[in-house]
Design a protein around this ligand. Structure first.
Ligand SMILES: NC(=O)c1ccc[n+]([C@@H]2O[C@H](COP(=O)([O-])OP(=O)(O)OC[C@H]3O[C@@H](n4cnc5c(N)ncnc54)[C@H](O)[C@@H]3O)[C@@H](O)[C@H]2O)c1
Length: 302
């Protein structure tokens, strides 16, 4: 079993609560802090629910989540810190600087930021090298991916060992870029999906169906590059590029750029409400998590 780590989770919304549950299920002693008293009051119940989901995958190693009354109390004694506060640069700059002042220099501080740059966020920190991006995918207690970026190889090595012990699949960015990798891929795809809706090619639900029953299934197995390798048959990617490269280029040239105007937003909201067909966000989350847990079990057997 992985050694018990004293960890701090700062910000206990959607992402922080999920991190806290995952860490505790792996035996870590977590101290959690959120400035919102309602979030603090709700955390134990949320963590218990998410730990029950994780029990389907492996035994719970019996860690704990203690709610701290302030930031300093949460950070005291922590050797690994996960920050999941709101995605606002001004807020993160202040928060990271405060955490930097409080934590000894050998403490690793990881931010969950989806799109901000580490170099901007750590502008006022003295020990910039101990900060990393550790970008999870929602919900972090289930989704394997954690994208890492940092400036110190030894800090990244420590972070990689920490996340791998949580059964996460880590990847490292060679340089920082807004949105890291997976969110950029997601943004590119969603831009075209919105363009297809806005330009009247198909309804929201049909575009999701095209993805769910088509490319998403193959991507879950082999990603996008290897998938095209197989699109070339026995000749692999060399034949694919010769045969279908020009048609890819034609498609790339016709991809749309979109703006989230009032009309486009209305089309999306109406289409998504129709697709949800009365299912609440909680119902949809439960459906997603059921499927993710089954998929993770399947992967463990591959
Ligand atoms: N939602 C996603 O799908 C997703 C996925 C990956 C990463 N992220 C990243 O995770 C971070 C948190 O996002 P979220 O979706 O959990 O947001 P959220 O709104 O659900 O939670 C943010 C929490 O931070 C708290 N908070 C506010 N000010 C704070 C402060 N000064 N210090 C500490 N906590 C503070 C809020 O009270 C709230 O509980 C963001 O950086 C976001 O980009 C989000």
């Amino acid at each position: 079993m992985a050694p018990r780590v004293e960890a701090a989770v700062i910000g206990c919304g959607l992402i922080g609560a999920s991190w806290a549950a995952l860490l505790a299920a792996h035996g870590h002693a977590v101290k959690a802090y959120d400035p919102d008293p309602a979030r603090r009051a709700q955390l134990a119940e949320t963590v218990a629910r998410l730990r029950r989901q994780l029990l389907e995958l492996r035994a719970d190693a019996g860690g704990s989540v203690t709610v701290a009354g302030d930031l300093a109390a949460a950070l005291d004694g922590a050797t690994f810190v996960l920050e999941s506060a709101p995605e606002r640069l001004d807020l993160k700059v202040d928060l990271l600087a405060e955490m930097d002042r409080h934590c000894p220099a050998d403490v690793v501080i990881a931010t969950s930021t989806s799109s901000l740059l580490l170099s901007d966020m750590t502008a006022r920190c003295a020990h910039r090298d101990r900060f990393i991006v550790a970008h999870p995918f929602n919900p972090p207690h289930l989704m394997p991916l954690v994208e890492l970026f940092g400036t110190s190889p030894s800090v990244l090595d420590r972070a990689e060992a920490f996340f791998r012990a949580l059964h996460k699949q880590t990847i490292r960015l060679k340089r920082e870029v807004p949105g890291h990798i997976a969110n950029r891929l997601g943004a590119a795809l969603w831009q075209e999906a919105v363009h297809l809706v806005a330009s009247g090619v198909a309804d929201v639900a049909d575009i999701d169906a095209a993805l769910i029953h088509g490319p998403a299934m193959r991507w879950a197995v082999q990603g996008t590059h290897l998938t095209y390798h197989l699109g070339g048959g026995a000749g692999g990617i060399r034949h694919y590029l010769d045969h279908l490269g020009p048609s890819q280029e034609r498609r790339w040239q016709s991809l749309g750029k979109v703006q989230l105007t009032a009309d486009v937003k209305k089309m999306l909201i109406d289409g998504i409400e129709q697709e949800a067909a009365g299912r609440s966000v909680a119902n949809l989350e439960a459906e997603r998590d059921r499927f993710l847990i089954d998929l993770l079990k399947l992967r463990d057997h591959l």
